[in-house]
Design a protein around this ligand. Structure first.
Ligand SMILES: [Zn+2]
Length: 108
């Protein structure tokens, strides 16, 4: 099934409250990329078990990897820039639970 049909099929099932999120209690599109669109598939993201360790985050940040998805703390996206330069690329920091996430700088 091609990607467009996969997304349409999932949306049809979710209309009937057949959910596919991690706990099967809400839409998969609220927490996970649509099939075929994950940053992981493009190899610009990785999930880090040691995300809570400040030393690990510092090393990743130094090499251009940043947390970018609020509520997905293990997820790091390769932005390839120094942290001080991220605002120049349309990102702003948002802090939650002591973690800094770099997110697009537009109103939510
Ligand atoms: Zn991830």
């Amino acid at each position: 099934m091609d990607i467009i049909d996969q997304v349409a099929r999932v949306m049809e099932w979710e209309k009937d409250k057949i959910w596919f999120s991690t706990r099967f209690n809400y839409s998969i599109f609220s927490s996970v990329a649509a099939p075929g669109t994950s940053q992981h598939l493009s190899m610009i993201a990785l999930d880090v078990t040691q995300f809570a360790d400040k030393r690990v985050r510092t090393i990743l940040n130094k090499h251009g990897w940043f947390q970018t998805i609020i509520d997905d703390t293990p997820h790091f996206t390769y932005l390839g820039r120094k942290e001080k330069d991220l605002p120049k690329y349309g990102l702003r920091p948002d802090t939650k639970d002591g973690f800094t996430f770099w997110i697009p700088n537009f109103d939510r």
